[in-house]
Write a protein that binds this ligand. Structure first.
Ligand code: ATP
Ligand code: LTN
Length: 339
C-alpha cells in the first residue's frame, strides 16, 4: 500500500480515458505526472465518469480506461508511490458531486468556456452532465484535500470554480476543504504541429503528418520528422522568428535531456537534414521504450487489476473520511454518529 508522508503536499489530477495520444500530450502532461511523484503525495485518477458526458462506445471506454492506466505507468508512474485508480470505483466522487451541486450556481456553470465549446460540438447531446462536469471535477479534488492540481490552460477555469465552491461551502458550514491551487509546470513547453509550427500539435488535426502518436512505428516517426516544415535558413538555432526549427530543437532537447544551448552547440555547422534525422531517432528511441513498457503492462492483466483494486481501496480510505465529515456538517442523519 502507498505510504504518504505528512510533510509533503498533496497533488491530485485526472486524465480522460482517451485513445491515441501525441508527443505534445506526453511532454506537456503525462511525463510530468511521473516527475512529481517523488516530491509530493500524488493521487491520479482515470476519469471515466467525466468521459460519459459525451457519448462513448461502452466496450471502447472499458478498454481505454485500462490502456490509460497502462500508458501512464509506461511513462513512469509508479503505483507503489502514487495512488492511481479509476474514478467510478470510488463512489464518494458521485456522492460529493451531488452535495457540491447544491453549492454551485447555475450562472457560474453557464460561464464555463468548455461547456460552451462542447455544447457547440455536441449539439445533439447537451446533457446535464456536460453542464455539471466542473462540479464532479471539484469533487475529485476536494475529496482528497489536494493542495495542488497540475492542469493545462483549458482547465484553469474549472479549478477556479472548485476553489469558489470550496470557499462557499467552508463559509456556509465550517472550514472543511483545502482550497486547491493550480500547479504550473516550470518545464512545460508547448509542442507545435510538424506541418504548421504556428499551431499547437493537436490530435484533432486531421493531417496525421502534423503529430507524432505514442503508437507510431519507428519508421513513421523518422519520416514525419524528415518532412517537418522548417523555415528558410540553415542554422540550427532557436529563435521566435523561426518557429519550425525552434519546435524541433525543443522536441530534441525534451527527449534528450540536453538544454537548448547544448543542442544548438551539438549541431553547429550541421544542416537541417542531419538534425531532423537526429530528432526522429531520439524521439523514436524514447517512444519505443514506452511502447515496450505499455505492452508488458497490458499483457499482465492480473497485475493491472491488482493495481487498480488497491488504488481504489487507498483512495476510498481517504474519500470516505471526507464524505462522512461533509454529510455530518450538512445535517444528514447517521445512526452511527455520536449524539
Ligand atoms: P484536442 O485536439 O482534442 O484539443 P489535444 O491533443 O490538444 O486534444 P488535450 O486532450 O486537450 O490534447 O490535452 C491533454 C493534455 O496534454 C493537457 O494537459 C494539455 O495541456 C497537454 N497538451 C496538449 N497538446 C499539447 C501540446 N501541443 N504541447 C504541450 N502540451 C500539450
Ligand atoms: N477535466 C480534466 C480532467 C479532470 C481533472 C480532474 C483534472 C477530471 N477531474 C481533477 C484535474 C483535477 C480534463 O479534461 N483534462
Amino acid at each position: 500500500m502507498v505510504q504518504f508522508s505528512k510533510d509533503k503536499k498533496t497533488i491530485f489530477s485526472g486524465a480522460q480515458p482517451t485513445g491515441n495520444l501525441h508527443i505534445g500530450n506526453y511532454l506537456g502532461a503525462l511525463r510530468n505526472w511521473a516527475l512529481l511523484q517523488n516530491d509530493y503525495n500524488c493521487i491520479y485518477c482515470v476519469v471515466d465518469m467525466h468521459a460519459i458526458t459525451v457519448r462513448q462506445v461502452p466496450a471502447e471506454l472499458r478498454k481505454r480506461s485500462l490502456e490509460t492506466l497502462a500508458r501512464y505507468m509506461a511513462c513512469g508512474i509508479d503505483p507503489e508511490k502514487v495512488i492511481f485508480f479509476i474514478q467510478s470505483h470510488v463512489p464518494e466522487h458521485a456522492q460529493l458531486s451531488w452535495v457540491l451541486n447544491c453549492s454551485t450556481m447555475f450562472g457560474e456553470l453557464s460561464r464555463m468556456t468548455q461547456f460552451k465549446d462542447k455544447t457547440a460540438r455536441h449539439a445533439d447531446n447537451v446533457n446535464a452532465g456536460l453542464f455539471t462536469y466542473p462540479v464532479l471535477m471539484a469533487a475529485d479534488i476536494l475529496l482528497y484535500n489536494a493542495d495542488l492540481v497540475p492542469v493545462g490552460d483549458d482547465q484553469k477555469q474549472h479549478l477556479e470554480l472548485a476553489r469558489d465552491v470550496a470557499g462557499r461551502f467552508n463559509a456556509a458550514y465550517s472550514p472543511t476543504f483545502t482550497l486547491p491551487e493550480p500547479y504550473i509546470l516550470k518545464t512545460s513547453s508547448r509542442i507545435m504541429s510538424l506541418t504548421d509550427p504556428t499551431k499547437k500539435m493537436s490530435k484533432s488535426d486531421t493531417n496525421t503528418q502534423s503529430w507524432v502518436s505514442l503508437l507510431d512505428t519507428r519508421d513513421d516517426i523518422i519520416k514525419k520528422f524528415k518532412r517537418a516544415v522548417t523555415d528558410s535558413g540553415s542554422e540550427i538555432r532557436a529563435d521566435a522568428e523561426r518557429p519550425g526549427i525552434t519546435n524541433l530543437i525543443n522536441i530534441y532537447s525534451s527527449f534528450s535531456g540536453k538544454s537548448v544551448e547544448e543542442t544548438e552547440k551539438e549541431f553547429e555547422g550541421k544542416g537541417y537534414g542531419d538534425f531532423k534525422a537526429a530528432v526522429g531517432e531520439v524521439c523514436a528511441d524514447a517512444l519505443g521504450k514506452i511502447r515496450e513498457n505499455f505492452d508488458s503492462f497490458m499483457n499482465d492483466r492480473a497485475q493491472l487489476d491488482r493495481i487498480i483494486t488497491e488504488g481504489a481501496q487507498a483512495a476510498e480510505a481517504i474519500a470516505r473520511k471526507t464524505i462522512s465529515k461533509v454529510y455530518r456538517k450538512i445535517g444528514f442523519y447517521s445512526p452511527e454518529a455520536k449524539k
